[in-house]
Design a binder for this molecule. Structure first.
Ligand SMILES: [Zn+2]
Ligand SMILES: [Zn+2]
Length: 345
């Protein structure tokens, strides 16, 4: 049913003008077309993958980890005005071979990446196709709800990718304690049990401390060797390593820590990985695989988990800013001493 609440004609939006500078401009508030929803954005989380837009500039309004409330509905939609929820990054077609099997993160006819190809969640309002909106329980605060996306979604998907090839995981190594690494850590604990040993390596003491607080065994690569810490904890190696660093050195260290039958899941985009196929893969039957974002359907599973574990997950959020301080938020975030940083409107 088509309905739009009273909204202003224009809105102030941040302009990513490049070279690490964010200005402000005006834009008309968009109207939802057929099949679309108008969302009043309440929170959007900063992400390492915004780096390109922050330094190179962006023609669209960035923000791909948005939570908000529906304030307008286009023809043919069924979502009610007033419904809170989050926005799935990828506008999947729902009809291709991948989508039909539920692989919505591998859609062959993808129509948009909200926050990249189309305006995202740093504007006060955004329009999305209805299929990417995930309605949520109103008890979840909007800021915390953004964790359903890259934190729980991407983190949980990486763990599930590892489980596809290794069902008896006894220890995990995460290569990087940035927000995605913390998300993988949290989801490892929630999906595999709080007793699962999870090693997290990084160079940033602030992030390692946060990982420790969330139940990880920290490895400070500035002064420790990963294999030494893993052995000191009583393990010969790990069964799954999740690389969130995107660094060749980090992936190599992860590979060297893997047991026989171990699996390396690459989540962080970045540099290359060099393999000595005979010794690294064949002899020990190891697996290397990629993990990209997550399937829309995983939101329902993660929604149930966030309702149960909100205080634990909330620890990942360390800073909150209004949109008027977005410049400061990004500078702090890229400098490294943060967990997840939110813009709340
Ligand atoms: Zn992100
Ligand atoms: Zn598709």
């Amino acid at each position: 049913m088509s309905q739009v609440l009273n909204t202003p004609q224009t809105m102030t939006i941040p302009l990513f003008v490049g070279q690490g500078k964010i200005a402000y401009g005006e834009k008309p508030v968009p109207a939802p077309g057929p099949g679309q929803l108008l969302i009043e954005v309440k929170a959007n989380a900063l992400c390492g993958s915004d780096r390109g837009q922050f330094y190179d500039g962006s023609a669209t309004t960035p923000g791909h980890e948005a939570a908000g409330v529906v304030v307008g509905t286009g023809e043919g939609t069924v979502t009610a005005v007033g419904m809170p929820g989050v926005v799935f990054l990828m506008d999947f077609c729902g009809e291709c071979r991948s989508c039909k099997l539920g692989f919505t993160n591998q859609c062959l006819g993808k129509r948009a990446d909200y926050g990249f190809s189309h305006d995202g969640g740093y504007g006060p309002y955004m329009v999305v196709n209805e299929n990417v909106f995930f309605p949520m329980d109103p008890s979840i605060p909007f800021g915390e709800a953004t964790m359903l996306l890259d934190i729980m979604g991407t983190g949980g998907h990486a763990i599930k990718r590892a489980l596809q090839v290794h069902q008896d995981i006894e220890a995990i190594l995460i290569g990087g304690a940035g927000p995605i690494g913390l998300g993988v850590l949290a989801m490892a604990k929630l999906l595999l049990g709080s007793g699962m040993p999870v090693f997290v390596m990084d160079f940033v003491p602030y992030r390692l401390e946060l990982a420790k607080q969330m139940g990880a065994i920290p490895i400070n690569l500035a002064e420790q060797q990963a294999n030494d810490v893993i052995r000191a904890a009583g393990f010969g190696g790990v069964d799954a390593a999740i690389d969130t660093s995107g660094k060749t050195a980090g992936r190599h260290t992860a590979l060297q820590a893997l047991n026989q039958r171990g699996v390396l899941v690459c989540v962080g985009h970045g540099q290359e990985l060099n393999l000595d196929v005979s010794s690294d893969l064949i002899a020990a039957e190891r697996t290397v695989l990629g993990s990209e974002y997550f399937r829309y359907q995983e939101l329902a599973e993660n929604h149930a988990l966030i309702l149960e574990h909100l205080p634990y997950l909330r620890q990942i959020i360390t800073h909150r800013f209004g949109i008027d301080r977005i410049q400061e938020a990004y500078e702090l975030f890229f400098q490294g001493d943060t967990g997840k940083v939110l813009i709340e409107q």
